[in-house]
Write a protein that binds this ligand. Structure first.
Ligand code: PAF
Length: 281
């Protein structure tokens, strides 16, 4: 496995791989890697000849400076995990390498990016699209892998690829959870032991709501989740939305879609956690 810091070095290495007839898969990450990332990388290695994993905490997608500063940076441990997963390249650029000048491009995929995370984190998805498009341009991957935990991000990246005609396949990968159900997230590392216990109520509530939803309306299921999180110690609900999984727009009844997803964002202490479950697909 090679660790490179510049686009030039990365592209030189990738040309050598392509000369051997290998396909190239890309797993974009912000580091602080966990078993969820490992599952993406292993799948990427298995489905392509070679995997490039980018490790870059992208400043343009953080609308909260504090969140950017506190984002865990663990490149050495990340590289050890990636080596074990069989990655060919770790691309760990500097901010100056990715943004030699301010990126003034505006990406807008309304209404996908105006709801949920888009409403609560203005500019977030614009920053995500800026960096992901730069990574696609640098790597020119055959496939790129993203986790379904960031459900809205995945939908927006698919739309960006569609509209910009990127010649690559986006592969969405299922959420990886701790044994007790908590969705894996780099942010979990910031939870105290007490907060970690409180956070468990998020996935528990989502799973219970699936059973509840089988005999209740969308509005009742919405209230079920809101009430459970409000009653849970140490949690503060930012939003829970029951949406059509393709359009990300709210649904009013189960019959109006074949693909219903519940997306949630909850503050556990100061740590903002997201999760989702599918009710129909
Ligand atoms: O999902 C993430 O970790 C980031 O948003 C991504 C896709 C790596 C872009 O910085």
């Amino acid at each position: 496995m090679k660790i490179v810091h510049t686009i030039k070095d990365l592209q030189a290495g990738l040309s050598a791989l392509r000369a051997q007839g290998k396909k190239v898969g890309l797993v974009p990450t912000m580091g602080a890697l966990h078993a969820g990332h490992a599952s993406l990388v292993k799948r990427c290695v298995a489905e392509n000849g070679a995997a490039v994993v980018s490790v870059f905490v992208n400043p343009t997608q953080f609308n909260d400076k504090n969140d950017l500063e506190k984002y865990p940076r663990t490149l050495e441990a990340d590289c050890a995990l990636l080596e074990a997963c069989g990655a060919a390249f770790v691309f760990a650029p500097s901010v100056a390498e990715m943004y030699p000048e301010p990126d003034t491009r505006q990406f807008s995929y309304a209404p996908l990016d105006t709801v949920m995370e888009g409403a609560f984190r203005p500019g977030h998805f614009n920053g995500v699209c800026q960096i992901v498009s730069k990574l696609f341009d640098a790597v020119k991957p055959d496939r790129a892998y993203f986790g379904e935990k960031d459900f809205q991000q995945l939908a927006i990246i698919r739309e960006m690829v569609r509209q910009m005609n990127y010649p690559l396949e986006i592969v969405g990968c299922p959420i990886v959870r701790e044994e007790d159900g908590l969705a894996l997230s780099s942010r979990n590392a910031r939870l105290s032991a007490g907060e970690r216990k409180n956070a468990l109520k998020i996935s528990q509530t989502l799973f219970e709501s699936r059973t509840f939803a089988a005999s209740h309306t969308v509005a009742e299921t919405q209230k079920f989740v809101e009430d459970a999180i409000a009653a849970a110690p140490g949690l503060r609900l930012e939003y829970f939305e029951l949406v059509d999984g393709n359009t990300l727009q709210r649904i009013a009844n189960w019959e109006e879609t074949a693909y219903a997803v519940g997306c949630i964002t909850v503050f556990c202490g100061e740590v903002r956690l997201i999760d989702n479950v599918k009710y129909k697909e």
